[in-house]
Design a binder for this molecule. Sequence first.
Ligand SMILES: O=C(O)COP(=O)(O)O
Ligand SMILES: [Mg+2]
Length: 229
Amino acid sequence: MTLVFTAKRLIAFDLDGTLVDTVPDLAAAVDAMQAALDLPARGEARVRDWVGNGMERLVRRALTNDLTAEPDADLLARGWPVFLEAYAARPCVHSRFYPGAERSLNELRAAGYQLACITNKHSRFTDLLLDALGVYDHFSLVLSGDSLPRRKPDPLPLQHAGAQLQVTATQMLMVGDSITDVRAARAAGVDIVGVSYGYNNGRDIRAAAPDHVIDTLAELSALLPRAAA
Ligand SMILES: O=C(O)COP(=O)(O)O
Ligand SMILES: [Mg+2]
């Protein structure tokens, strides 16, 4: 039997690794920082495994070449502004929608859904990126890692979106690429569709047990025929 989500009114999308492949531009900024500090370049493959828990965490991972280690405080204090400046200068040179992403946003809107973007990315960069890709206005609400006191995997951004847009948890669906999205959705009581192509620290999203997994966002509209009234 084909899975269909009924009674949904709001679809909340994660950004990095779900709607947009941001790693080429993030890796360029990481490696500009590494070069300025006389440290080795990390490259796209490693940066891909490090995105999803906010940029401060990405920079810490790059400096230490490790997922969880803490860098020397002085190194971090010197590296962070270099990364920020490099990424702000070129946030959307190579970043691209994943196949089916833009079309899916348009189809869902046409089917009556409200859309939200819920990302751990810093708001300055979320806004730059969504603007550069021409989709900022597709979203009724955009929440970034610094928009609220707590970010994903905390349920607060999803709860806040529900309250702002007057939809209940069961009327929302989260779409994301990482265990961070699954945890946030579970904690908020929101159904979650995982995408198989994203970052998730290099792990298969199926291990985080989302409600459903898709290989491209083009599959979404078949799961969501029409928004509930
Ligand atoms: O880690 C980030 O900066 C952003 O990640 P997200 O869009 O997947 O939440
Ligand atoms: Mg993500």
